[in-house]
Design a protein around this ligand. Structure first.
Ligand code: SF4
Length: 308
């Protein structure tokens, strides 16, 4: 069986930074440190940080007063920030700088007097954080089909922003529907979709041209990983999202000779290796990697954690 690895795949700079923040906080302040929500959407990452002394909570009421508390890479609302302040928590914010950039961009549009349309998935923590950061009128839509349901005059000044981990193609269609529905629209096109999401989607499209089946390593609650699986499937290639090698089903591979393998931005390479090992147990594997974009993005960690 030939196995072709997508390039790039796996960890993005925002995930690397978020994990480093937790690890450095543990080194500096000692265990436990508290993390609100999964620091990134991956069980393996969460479990390994738990083993080092991180405690994961969904609500700040679970954190003892004054404790070191880290907000996840997805960002949080102002209400959560204020709750942390009221509880006297010592906060480190691991929000990805590219998510924070979208918050600022959205607020800038609102301050210009525009009604804001946020394109994203309801219930995703990034969207809850973004909605809760913006002071002004914000309407969430999930797809182009939602545009017709918006109760906004057609000539109102509109701006849109998007979640960072959406499908580029779907988002383009949603933006086109917004532009068709309203006469005065400004927005960043698909530039809010982060470099890592775009690069991984480009790579999986390339992979789909070469393989008979695609495996995406990632968690079921990882937005960007789900989009990678969808892109493979939309290209007509059977595509599966798997957390690790234990999820592979032998029947998927009957008659298959060329498999594509990629990983979402929150999935560590050790899980890609785990899938390769699991494939190896089905038969001999010949491994190659696509040539692709080499990412050199790096985000600085908060000053409070920089060792002098
Ligand atoms: S996927 Fe993009 S927005 Fe999300 S953490 Fe990674 S770089 Fe940041």
């Amino acid at each position: 069986m030939k196995v072709i690895l997508a390039q790039p795949r796996g960890f993005c700079a925002g995930v690397v930074r978020a994990i480093e923040i937790v690890e450095r906080a543990l080194d500096k302040f000692g265990a436990p440190v508290y993390v609100r929500h999964e620091i990134v959407h991956n069980r393996h990452v969460v479990e390994s940080l738990k083993a080092k002394g991180a405690r994961f909570v969904e609500d700040l009421s679970e954190v003892p007063p004054g404790a070191v508390t880290i907000f996840s890479a997805h960002g949080v609302s102002r209400a959560v920030e204020m709750d942390a302040k009221a509880r006297g928590l010592s906060v480190l914010d691991a929000v990805c700088p590219l998510v924070a950039k979208v918050h600022h961009e959205g607020q800038r549009y609102i301050d210009q007097g525009r009604i804001l349309i946020l394109i994203g998935h309801a219930g995703h923590p990034e969207i809850e954080g973004t909605m809760g950061q913006l002071k002004g009128e914000v309407h969430l839509i999930q797809s182009k089909d939602d545009v017709g349901r918006l109760d906004i005059p057609a000539d109102a000044p509109i701006a849109y922003i998007t979640q960072t981990t959406l499908s580029v193609d779907d988002t383009r269609a949603t933006i086109a529907a917004v532009r068709n529905g309203f006469s005065d629209v400004v927005g960043p096109e698909t530039r809010d979709i982060c470099y890592a999401t775009q690069n991984r989607q480009t790579a999986v499209r390339e992979l789909a041209r070469l393989v008979e089946l695609i495996l995406v390593v990632g968690a079921s609650n990882s937005s960007n990983s789900n989009r990678l699986r969808e892109i493979g499937a939309e290209a007509g290639v059977p595509s599966y999202l798997v957390p690790d090698g234990s999820a592979l089903k032998q029947e998927w591979f009957a008659g298959m000779t060329t498999i594509g393998l990629t990983a979402g931005a929150s999935a560590p390479e050790v899980l890609v290796d785990d899938v390769i090992n699991a494939l190896g147990r089905l038969g001999p594997v010949e491994l190659s990697t696509l040539s692709g974009i080499e990412e050199k993005v790096h985000f600085r960690i908060p000053q409070a954690l920089v060792v002098a």
